[in-house]
Structures are given as structure tokens and as C-alpha cells.
Write a protein that binds this ligand. Sequence first.
Ligand code: COA
Length: 260
Amino acid sequence: MTIDLERHEHVAVITINYPDKLNALNSERLRALFMRIQEASLNPDVRAIILTGAGDRAFVAGADIREMVSLDLDGGRAFGELGHAVASALEDAPQPVIAAVNGYAFGGGCELALACDIRLASPNAVFAQPEVSLGIPPGWGGSQRLPRIVGTGLASELIYTGRRVNADEALRIGLVNAVHPAGDLIAEALSMAKQVAANSPVSVQAAKRLIALARGTGHREALAAEAAAFASAFATSDQVEGMSAFLEKRLPAFGSGEPA
Ligand code: COA
């Protein structure tokens, strides 16, 4: 099982467990993750959820480039929709979701953390949205959720450059709520989750729905526009070039995004 679900009293801990590939997510693991999130969020006994990655190197190093490299327009659309469904399942879970980011949170990994209510990190956490270096725009909600969390100017810089943000900077820019020593991260996340779980579940869930209103009513439409742009990238030569270059460990030579 590559997605684990454990219960600690009223808290569910979901762990993406594929550390050899830095917990990168292909369609099969995305579907398993979706089912785990559903299992936790539909359980009335669960009052808070923690999402983390197995091992000491990565939360999630992104969408699986090995799968994406050969996707066409329809495949890219389906893959993007699956990532969006998982991110929305975290965002729409009735309970608060805490991301415990214990290493790389790149691309889709950063986007899943952004879809959680609260982010905690270890000192080795590194965030990035490197999609444009692979010939695609962000595709699992990053274009909408990152600006809301760190502001449009900074989000623009991070998305256009793909540069990495370490734990100190993440704390400074409000991308994470707190940084804890790696060995304490899960205990700290559990302690916060248990504090949430000790409060009135009905009130906490009402508060989550109210906070969601602060995102404005156009959020879903904007996510749909992102999904369409992500899918379109899979009809260009830049997507093939960007992902092949990553897998072949060389620099990409991008053109003008002509059809593949
Ligand atoms: N998709 C597929 N495989 C991935 C992956 C991804 N997003 N991220 C890491 N992996 C795989 C590597 O290909 C490697 O597999 P291998 O051992 O079969 O070659 C394994 O995980 C370990 O990664 P590696 O690159 O060797 O580790 P590193 O310490 O040198 O570098 C990163 C770590 C995170 C900097 C690097 O793996 C990376 O840049 N990954 C891609 C991140 C990315 O662009 N994500 C966004 C996708 S939209």
C-alpha cells in the first residue's frame, strides 16, 4: 500500500509512502490518495487530518514526470483533473487538514500542501513550483492557491522562475505556519490536530466553511481555467522537451510552444 492511513484517537494521519521516488504521485497513487482522503473525511469520528510523506527527504516531489512525459492532450487533461480532484478533496474535507511538510514539496507536492488548511514544516522542507521548467503551467491548483497564501507578486515570481523556497523563507512569507525539528514534526502536527479535535467539531467545521468563503466565489471557475491551460500544454513540444530533459538529466531547449 503506497498511501497509509492511521488513526490517533480523533486524528487521521495520511502518509504518502513511496520514498524511493520521493513520494512522486502517478495516477494510481493519486487515486489511492483520493480514496484515503475520502475514507478519513467521510468518517464522523475524524475531527482533523494530517497529510505527510514517508521518509526523511520528501513530502511529495511532484507529479510523476515519468508518467506525464508521454501524455497527450486527453491524457494531460485527465491527469490534471485527477490532481485537482485530490487537492479539492483536501480543501473540501469538512475537517481541518494539516500538511506536515518533511522535505521536498515540489510542483504537485507544493500544490497539495497549499490545498491543506495549515502547513507545518521541518527545517529541510523545500517548496517550489517548477512546472514551467518542464513545459507546463501549474496544474493542481497552484496558480490560484499560491497567490492567495503568499500574495500575487511573490507567487508570480515563484511560478515564473520555479525557484526554491527553504523552510526559513517559507515561514517568513507565510507559506508555513511553523517550522519544527524534523524528529518532532509529526508529534507537533498531532498535538495541533488534537487541540483542534478537542474543540466542538460542528463549530470547527462551520469555521472551515466560513473561511472558505474568504476565497471568493470565482475560485472554482479559476481552477477550471487552470485545468484547461494545463491540459493544453500536453499538445505542445515544450512539454515533451521539458519532461524528457528532466528524465535524461539534461537542460531543456524550449521552442515557442508549437504543437507536438
Ligand atoms: N517524477 C518522477 N520521478 C521523480 C520525481 C518526479 N516528480 N521526483 C523525483 N523522482 C525520482 C527520480 O527520477 C529518481 O528516480 P531514479 O532513482 O529512478 O532515477 C528518484 O525519484 C530520486 O530522485 P533524484 O532526482 O535522484 O534525487 P535528487 O536528490 O538528486 O533530487 C529533486 C531531488 C526533488 C531535486 C529532484 O528529484 C527533482 O527535481 N524532482 C522533480 C521535481 C519536479 O520538477 N516536480 C514537479 C513536477 S510537476
